[in-house]
Write a protein that binds this ligand. Sequence first.
Ligand SMILES: Cc1cc2nc3c(=O)[nH]c(=O)nc-3n(C[C@H](O)[C@H](O)[C@H](O)COP(=O)(O)OP(=O)(O)OC[C@H]3O[C@@H](n4cnc5c(N)ncnc54)[C@H](O)[C@@H]3O)c2cc1C
Ligand SMILES: *[C@@H]1O[C@H](CO)[C@@H](O)[C@H](O)[C@H]1NC(C)=O
Ligand SMILES: *[C@@H]1O[C@H](CO)[C@@H](O)[C@H](O)[C@H]1NC(C)=O
Ligand SMILES: *[C@@H]1O[C@H](CO)[C@@H](O)[C@H](O)[C@H]1NC(C)=O
Ligand SMILES: *[C@@H]1O[C@H](CO)[C@@H](O)[C@H](O)[C@H]1NC(C)=O
Ligand SMILES: *[C@@H]1O[C@H](CO)[C@@H](O)[C@H](O)[C@H]1NC(C)=O
Length: 584
Amino acid sequence: MILLKFIYYIIYSIGVIVFMCYVDILYMYNFYQDWLFCDIKNNSEYDYLIVGAGSSGSVLATQLSKVKANVLLIEAGGTPINFFDIPVLAPLLLNTVYDWKYVTVPQKNACKGLNNNQSIWSAGKILGGSSRLNYMVYVQGHPDDYNPWLSDIKEPIVDRGGSLYVSNKNWYSKLSDAILQGVTELSYSLRNYNKVLPTDFMKPYLTIKNGERWSTDRLISESNDIKLKILTNSFVNKILFKSKKAVGVEFLRNNQIYRVFAKSGVILCAGTIGTPKLLMLSGIGPKQNLEKHNIKIVADLPVGKNLMDHIITGVDLVILNTSVALSIADIINPFSLLEYYLFKTGPWTSSGVDVIGTLHSQLQNNKTSVPDLQIMTFPVGLSQDNGVLLRKNLGISDKIFNEYFAPLVYKTAVTIAPVLLHPQSIGEIQLRSSDFHDNPIIDPNYLSEEEDVLKLVDGIEFIKRLINTKAMKELGAILYEKPFPGCENITFDTINYWKCYIKHLTFSTYHPIGTCRMGDVVDSKFRVYETKNLYVVDASVFPKLPSGNINAPVVMLSEKAAGLFIKDFTDGTKKTYKCYKSDV
Ligand SMILES: Cc1cc2nc3c(=O)[nH]c(=O)nc-3n(C[C@H](O)[C@H](O)[C@H](O)COP(=O)(O)OP(=O)(O)OC[C@H]3O[C@@H](n4cnc5c(N)ncnc54)[C@H](O)[C@@H]3O)c2cc1C
Ligand SMILES: *[C@@H]1O[C@H](CO)[C@@H](O)[C@H](O)[C@H]1NC(C)=O
Ligand SMILES: *[C@@H]1O[C@H](CO)[C@@H](O)[C@H](O)[C@H]1NC(C)=O
Ligand SMILES: *[C@@H]1O[C@H](CO)[C@@H](O)[C@H](O)[C@H]1NC(C)=O
Ligand SMILES: *[C@@H]1O[C@H](CO)[C@@H](O)[C@H](O)[C@H]1NC(C)=O
Ligand SMILES: *[C@@H]1O[C@H](CO)[C@@H](O)[C@H](O)[C@H]1NC(C)=O
C-alpha cells in the first residue's frame, strides 16, 4: 500500500515537473508570437481603454464592444494555453509566469508557520485574470452584503442574462456526502446556498461549462460578433492626465513605451493590488505617501486603505481511515484522463472544493444578519501530495512541513476548514517606491483584532462537532492531534492552543478587496473622485467583504458598471448622431 502510494508520488512529481516546463515553453512561444504578429499603433485613440483583462475587465470589454464602442483592452499577462481549462489542474498554475506571486509583509499576529511569516497572494497575470487561477466556487453571497451600496443586482449567470456558466454536475468526492449528512445531523438545513439563507451547506456550484473552466476571458473568445482590440504582455505603468481629466495611459511592451488615448474613459480593472498601485503611481492617493516618493499629486484620496481579505485555517486537521477523499492516485489514474476526454466528467472536473457552507459563530448574536463563518472542505489535504506542489503554493516552511505535515503523507488527511467572512482587522497597500517594477507593500494586518481569532476558534469547535457525527465517524474521522510546532507548550485542544494554532496556520483565500473603496475613492457610478473620465471597476471598490467567495460578486459588480457605461455611451452617440449614406 505504502509502496504503491510512493510510486504514485513519483509519477505525480514527474507530471508536475513536465507540466511546469510545458507552461514555461508555451509562454515564451506565445510571447514571441504576440511580439511578432500584433500590430499596435502608438498614440492611437479609442472610446474606452480598459486596464486588466481579469474577471471584471473581460466582462466590461465584451459588453461595451457589443454596443459598438471602440475598446482597447490592455493586459499585462499572456494568453491561456491548452489544458488550462481542465478544472483539476488549477493548483498547477499558481507560482508560474501566470501568477503575480505577491507576498505580504511579515505578519505580527498571523502566518507564523509560513516562510518568514509572510502570506503568499496569488493573482492571475493572464487573460481572464484571477478567474483563470481560481477554484471556480460560485457563491452569490448574502443580500445584506450588497445593501445599500450595490442595490438591484442580478445573479450573474448566463440563464439570467449574465456572464457566467455554472454547474453542480461535477465530480465531488464521497466525503462530500458524509459531510452533508453530518451537517444534517447537526441540524443545519440543506437549502440552495445562493438563495437567501442564514445557514446552508451544499456541494458548490462551479463556474464550469461542459466540464471546462469558465473563466471570464472565454466571454471574449466565444463572442464572435464583437470587434475588440486586445493587447497582452502589455504593462500599464501610468495614467495620462490633462489637468484632472484622464486622457490615456502609458504602457510598457517589450521594453518600449507606448501611449494610447481614450475619448470617453479610462477604466481600471487591474484588481485589488494592481489598481491602487497604478493610481498611486499616477498621482492619486494619500498625499503624504506620494510626496515621500516625489510623485506629483493629482488627487489626495485614501487609495490603498481598507484592505480586507478572507482568511482560512485548519488545513489537514481531520484524518480519515478510509479512502473516500480525492487522492493523487485518482488524479493520475489514466481512466480519469480518459473519462475527462471522452465525457468531460470524473475527478478531473473537481475544483478541489467539495462542500461549502456558512454559519453564525457564538460571537455573532444576530442570526438573521450575515453569517460570519464559512466552512470550505477540500478532499485533498495539503500533505497529500508529499510536499511537491501545494505547500509551495502556500509558503509553508520546510521545518513545519517536515515536522507537522510529513507524518500525514501516507494517511488520508482532509481539510474541513473555517473561513473568517467579516474580519475586523483592516490592512493597507502602499507604494514601495516610484518604480513601477516594484510590487507594492502589502500589509493585511491579519488577526490584529482578537475577535477575529476567537471567531476562527469557534469555527474549529464546529469542525470538532462535525467530525463527531455518525456520518463522519463511519469514515473513521478523527482530529489530527499532533501539537503544532511553536504551540507544543500549550495543552492541546484548549482555547489558548487553538489561538496559537490559528496564528501559525493562517492562509489567504485570495479574496482581497477594498483598496479603492466605493464612497472613499470612487462614487456609486465608479468614477474616481476629483477626476474626470477615470473609473475603477474591480474587487478593489468593494466597501465590505461578501459572505462567500468573491468572483461572482465581482462579475455582478462589473455587469452593473457595464450597464452604466453603455447608457452613457449610447446616449453620447445619439447626441452626436450623424446621418450616413447607409441609413438613407
Ligand atoms: C488562487 C485563487 C483562487 C480563488 N478561488 C476563488 C473561488 O473558488 N471562488 C471565487 O469566487 N473566487 C475565487 N478567487 C477570487 C476571484 O477569482 C478574484 O477575486 C477575482 O477574479 C478578482 O477579479 P478582478 O477583476 O478584481 O481582478 P483580476 O481577475 O485579478 O484581474 C486583474 C487583471 O489586471 C491585470 N493587471 C494588473 N495590473 C496591470 C497593469 N499594470 N497593466 C495591465 N494589466 C494589469 C492582471 O494581470 C489581471 O489579469 C480566487 C482567486 C485566486 C487567486
Ligand atoms: C516571525 O515570527 C516569529 C514568532 O513570532 C518571530 O520570532 C520572528 O522574528 C518573525 N520573523 C519575521 C521575519 O518577522
Ligand atoms: C510613442 O509615442 C511617444 C510620444 O507620444 C514616444 O515618447 C514613444 O517613444 C513612442 N513609442 C514608440 C514605441 O514608438
Ligand atoms: C439583525 O439583522 C437584520 C438584518 O440585517 C436586521 O434587520 C435586524 O435589525 C438586526 N437585529 C438586531 C437586533 O440588530
Ligand atoms: C474506520 O473507523 C471506524 C470507526 O472507528 C470503524 O468502524 C471502521 O471499521 C474503520 N474502517 C476501516 C477501513 O478501518
Ligand atoms: C517550551 O518549553 C520548553 C521547556 O520549558 C522551552 O525550552 C521551550 O522554549 C518552550 N517552547 C516554546 C515555543 O515556548
